[in-house]
Design a protein around this ligand. Structure first.
Ligand SMILES: Nc1ncnc2c1ncn2[C@@H]1O[C@H](COP(=O)(O)OP(=O)(O)OP(=O)(O)O)[C@@H](O)[C@H]1O
Length: 285
């Protein structure tokens, strides 16, 4: 658990001295094209995710957060720019990037909890049936659902379904776990509990996380780095270090100040300008 005293938010500039990023998003523009029109979802967005990061994409509805996550997953291709994992251009989906979605129906209802977790391990031919079953049970234990291994998804609460989806994703041991507003459909108490459980899992396993949310509080609690995106089409407003915050600092003065500052950067052009200038200044130095 992070017990460091909360400090003020730092705008991130240069990453000089850091090892090669695990996931690189370079000048990525994403578009949806139909015969009638073209929608530009993001405009030349760049960011680097390092191994063990809890990297959050934060911005208003429609700024292209989910589109960026889908592009990192390989479901959609950039119209300009490049996404690379371990230096290799992402050209399609792969078992090294697993997505947890918001929707509870991401679990096939005809499979038990155990079979749901086993399914990608078997489909990707990572493991044979016996090993897949052992691994599924291991991960169900980690998320506290081993007693429900033989249950069907419709008998579970929303939070339990999301735990199964997390177990299923982590069982694949992906290079990056991609989460698209995974707790947004849960009630406030369950959402907080799930954020805590995710934090505890990360403390234990140090996986790499790319997490989408439009909640400033959730971004501060979940992330160690936050990319702020402008309204549609999404462009980078600023990148912040937020490792000093966690569920225990939520509600503190420093947390409230950080929330207000981010709110200003996201929604108030005048407040955003100095942050972006600071970003450029430190990137140039
Ligand atoms: N399949 C699609 N076809 C056409 N346009 C799309 C499609 N998916 C997304 N868009 C558009 O792309 C833009 C970005 O959408 P996206 O879902 O990535 O934003 P978001 O930041 O995740 O929003 P939200 O927080 O509301 O989920 C929006 O203008 C949206 O209408």
């Amino acid at each position: 658990m992070n017990t460091r005293k909360p400090q003020s938010l730092q705008v991130v500039g240069s990453h000089a001295g850091l090892p090669e990023p695990l996931l690189q998003v370079q000048d990525v523009s994403l578009e949806y094209r139909s015969a009638a029109r073209t929608v530009r979802a993001t405009h030349r967005v760049s960011f680097d995710v390092h191994r063990g990061d809890r990297f959050v994409l934060l911005g208003p509805s429609g700024c292209g957060k989910s589109s960026l996550l889908k592009a990192a997953a390989g479901f959609i291709a950039p119209v300009e720019g490049r996404i690379a994992l371990n230096g290799e251009t992402v050209s399609g989906p792969g078992p090294d990037r697993v997505v947890v979605f918001q929707e509870f129906d991401q679990l096939p209802p005809w499979k038990t909890v155990r079979e749901n977790v086993m399914f990608p391990l078997l489909a990707s031919r990572r493991l044979g049936r016996r090993d897949a079953e052992a691994r599924a049970l291991h991960w169900l234990e980690k998320v506290g659902l081993a007693p429900f291994a033989d249950a069907y998804p419709h008998t579970l609460s929303g939070g339990m379904k999301q735990r199964v989806a997390i177990a299923r994703a982590l069982a694949m041991q992906p290079e990056v776990l991609l989460m698209d507003e995974p707790f947004a459909a849960l009630d406030a108490l369950t959402r907080r509990k799930m954020q805590e459980e995710l934090q505890l899992l990360w403390e234990e396993l140090r996986f790499t996380l790319l997490f989408v949310t439009h909640s400033i509080e959730e971004a501060l609690v979940v992330g160690n780095r936050i990319l702020l995106l402008s309204p549609h089409p999404g462009q980078v407003r600023a990148e912040l270090n937020s490792h000093q915050f966690n569920l225990h600092s939520a509600g503190s003065d420093a947390f409230q100040r950080a929330t207000q500052r981010i709110h200003g950067m996201l929604f108030d052009e005048a407040a955003a300008a100095p942050a972006v200038q600071a970003l450029h200044r430190s990137a140039a130095s």
